[in-house]
Ligand binder design. Structure first.
Ligand SMILES: C[S@@+](CC[C@H](N)C(=O)[O-])C[C@H]1O[C@@H](n2cnc3c(N)ncnc32)[C@H](O)[C@@H]1O
Length: 293
């Protein structure tokens, strides 16, 4: 295996129309796909499965934070470069000087600049190279969300799963989901669709993953005091009905996030973020978080 150095040029980034990663529907692994500018916001799945990657009209590739850096996105002298959304830059301009020869670099990005919403480690990298690097480091937790009523939180869940480097995101129920909240992070995330809860449970059993239902309600253990299995699927319900009975019954454990106010529940996307971070706090190697340094 190639040893990949953290030596990608730090600094400014994105280009529209880069090659998305597409799951093959069987392995869920990313393969080079096709450019996708102009796709529908409510992403149609590509043949063969739920995709990692339809760039949709209206999705921004570049960072959302206003940059305080120099033209071209480079941080001004004295600015501390950091992850795209924390730092003062929204990308990098064209590569100055002789181009690097490492095949991970994308000639189009080197020529035009890279303003994608990626951490500096991946500036100017081809999308496939980024996915391959993430695949080397993915955490052994999976995330699943039920989508029988077209839950609008899934984009948020996908983005958070990307940030915390989940192995895969599983969508249970309807295949279609609104990608807007994913902010293009679905390109870098393995996604798998299961029409029914049984499909997810079968997958988890085959992969020796403990299914952890995350929901409020009787019988749930407080997440704040629970220990999460290292290899697991964190399973979330949808707005309104919450988890289906089939999902609750299929889980080995149910955890709930303690609440103190008047509302019955949290937004599912927020709950997913809290639960994923609980896994990170318990199991992740914090020294391996390039996006946080
Ligand atoms: C809006 S909630 C469902 C609410 C539920 N039907 C109710 O009214 O009690 C949608 C999903 O978010 C997650 N969720 C929300 N609040 C939670 C909490 N306090 N603990 C654990 N999960 C929560 C669960 O996965 C839940 O199925």
């Amino acid at each position: 295996m190639r040893v990949l150095a953290d030596d990608g040029p730090a600094g400014p980034p994105a280009r529209r129309g880069s090659i998305p990663a597409v799951t093959d529907g069987t392995t869920g692994r990313a393969t080079p796909g096709r450019p996708t500018d102009g796709g529908p916001t409510d992403g149609e799945p590509t043949p063969g499965g739920l995709t990692a990657g339809e760039l949709t009209d209206g999705d921004r590739v570049d960072g959302e934070c206003a940059g305080s850096g120099l033209p071209g996105g480079r941080p001004a002298e004295g600015e501390v470069p950091g992850p795209t959304e924390w730092g003062g830059s929204v990308g990098v301009g064209p590569w100055p000087g002789p181009w690097p020869t490492d095949p991970r670099y994308d000639p189009e990005l080197l020529a035009e600049g890279d303003r994608r919403n990626v951490v500096d480690r991946y500036r100017y990298w081809r999308l496939e190279a980024v996915v391959a690097d993430l695949d080397r480091r993915r955490h052994p937790f999976h995330v699943a969300i039920e989508n029988f009523e077209h839950d609008l939180n899934i984009g948020t869940v996908v983005r958070t799963a990307n940030a915390f480097l989940a192995a895969e995101v599983h969508v249970v129920g309807r295949r279609r989901w609104n990608r807007r909240g994913a902010m293009v992070t679905d390109r870098y995330q393995h996604l798998r669709h299961h029409p029914e809860v049984t499909g997810l449970l079968d997958f988890a059993a085959a992969e020796e993953l403990t299914v952890v239902a995350v929901d409020n309600g009787p019988g749930a253990v407080p997440l704040e005091t629970a220990s999460l299995p290292r290899s697991c699927v964190l399973l979330f319900g949808q707005e309104g009905p919450g988890l289906t009975p089939a999902a609750r019954q299929g889980a080995a454990l149910t955890v709930s996030i303690s609440q103190f106010g008047s509302t019955r529940s949290l937004n599912a996307g927020v709950a997913a973020g809290i639960a994923m971070h609980a896994w990170v706090r318990e199991h992740a190697n914090l020294n391996a978080a390039p996006g946080s340094i």
